[in-house]
Design a protein around this ligand. Structure first.
Ligand SMILES: [Zn+2]
Length: 462
């Protein structure tokens, strides 16, 4: 099992934390443990302004991730995407975050290796925009039902990150308790045959200071001018020494832990980023069987629901045109719909010819980059979740003998079946971050998160 240690480096209120980041990076380096340090655009610029070449050099020995351009300064990512659609939202993220990626790249002289979520921010558009710029995403509110390394919005996703508590490094009894819990977490993940887990080792700022400047200044949407910022208070020299000692113990623990390989995310990401260009008929038949039996869009163990839907379409089209059942179908990378599928069921039956029409439209639309929310089958409009099930029933028919001439359409589904209730998870995730504006409306963020569950697929961890 691979284990990635992370630190987030983002403080803009307290110059002493520059030194703390350097000291922590040096401790891990001395103990031969390379970690991923996620740096904000703000922090990269500040380190240059303050001529902290020494800090930059120490961090550069490790792997550098991206931690957003301005982190907790308002509007945060979720705040500026509150009312966005899909395409405009993705464009906005690229525009807002690009200067941060550029700053991190130029200050550290390397491409950032991942996009670590700032606070409990969430937006599917941000994850996709990061992926478009080559950044896998770490620490998402969205979970795959079985795998903790998976694809979402066609971006590689890493979840399952154990969190060490910053303040506990300076209290050895609490630190040891955490270390035991972390060890249990690792043992449990090894038993579950996980390919990867992360450990969030902390923020240099709140290991060094008693408070987090972002919370002091930017909580609940507040945005005071710089001259009114409150600076966090620093720990005593003795407490800081103790914290350093315990950080070293964590590094040694990681280095010596049996059954794991500790490495930064720039290594791990390469192990899991392969995707098949084609899929075997058996996978398509399996998915069709589950969908036809249960009337759902399943999240399968190979392709995403969106890719499976296009696989179904290719299967049906090939059979309709040539009478041939294909041995394999092409995997077409595609996003979920950008708008919601219809709520009214419309027609409750679809005929074979209409279904073949629908398959043609789906394949034609695949070049557009995102699934349509609905297709025309004969003279009726049908949401893609229902078309998915209808195609599955037709494929089941073909497997057994021949496609049925007409298929009864279920009223549902509108979305893939994931266990997670995103309407609950995402709002509570967003409100768990005290920085967010209390009136942040999660509705559109939830909608896009659900639409993109069509893109959920396990990473190849074999
Ligand atoms: Zn952060």
């Amino acid at each position: 099992m691979y284990v990635t240690p992370f630190f987030d480096v983002e403080d803009i209120h307290c110059p002493e934390t520059d030194e703390a980041a350097k000291v922590i990076a040096d401790i891990f380096w001395e103990e031969s443990v390379r970690a991923t340090f996620n740096v904000t655009g703000d922090k990269a610029r500040i380190l240059t302004e303050r001529d902290r070449e020494d800090v930059i050099t120490s961090l550069t020995r490790h792997d550098i991730g991206f931690h957003s351009n301005t982190h907790s300064r308002h509007p945060t990512i979720s705040e500026y995407l509150e009312n966005s659609g899909w395409t405009d939202g993705v464009d906005k993220v690229i525009q807002e975050e690009r200067p941060g990626i550029a700053a991190v790249r130029s200050v550290f002289g390397q491409e950032p290796s991942c996009f670590m979520r700032p606070g409990a921010t969430f937006a599917a558009q941000a994850i996709h925009a990061g992926g478009k710029q080559g950044l896998p995403f770490v620490g998402s509110a969205v979970a795959h039902p079985r795998e903790n390394v998976f694809w979402y919005t066609n971006t590689l996703h890493f979840t399952d990150v154990f969190g060490m508590s910053d303040q506990d490094y300076a209290a050895t009894d609490r630190f040891e308790e955490q270390l035991f819990e972390f060890d249990d977490f690792l043992e449990d993940a090894i038993r579950k045959d996980r390919a990867w887990v992360g450990v969030f080792c902390g923020h240099p700022v709140t290991i060094r200071a008693n408070e987090f400047g972002d919370v002091l200044n930017f909580a609940e949407g507040r945005m005071p001018p710089e001259e009114e910022w409150t600076r966090p208070t620093l720990k005593s020299a003795a407490a800081w020494d103790l914290a350093k000692e315990n950080l070293r113990r964590l590094a040694v623990f990681l280095r010596e832990k049996d059954g794991v390989t500790v490495e930064p995310i720039d290594r791990s990401r390469r192990r899991f980023d392969d995707r098949p260009s084609q899929v075997d008929r058996a996978d398509i038949l399996d998915a069709a069987n589950r969908a036809a039996d249960d009337g759902i869009v399943p999240v399968t163990d190979s392709l995403s629901p969106a890719e499976t839907l296009l696989g179904f379409a290719e299967f049906v089209q090939s059979y309709a045109r040539n009478g041939v059942v294909p041995d394999r179908v092409t995997r077409r990378s595609i996003l979920g719909p950008t708008v919601e599928p219809p709520t009214a069921p419309g027609s409750d039956v679809v005929y074979w010819d209409g279904l073949v029409d629908a398959a043609d439209q789906l394949l034609a639309a695949s070049g557009a980059g995102s699934l349509p929310a609905r297709v025309e089958a004969g003279d009726v409009d049908i949401g893609i979740g229902r078309i998915y099930v209808a195609l599955a029933v037709a494929i089941e028919g073909i497997r057994n003998e021949a496609p049925p001439p007409n298929i009864d359409l279920p009223d549902e589904p509108r979305y893939p079946a994931i266990e997670q209730d995103l309407e609950e998870t995402i709002p509570s995730w967003l409100t768990s971050w005290e920085i967010h504006h209390p009136n942040l409306d999660p509705t559109a963020l939830v909608t896009h998160a659900r639409l993109q569950t069509w893109t959920m697929a396990p990473a190849d961890t074999g």
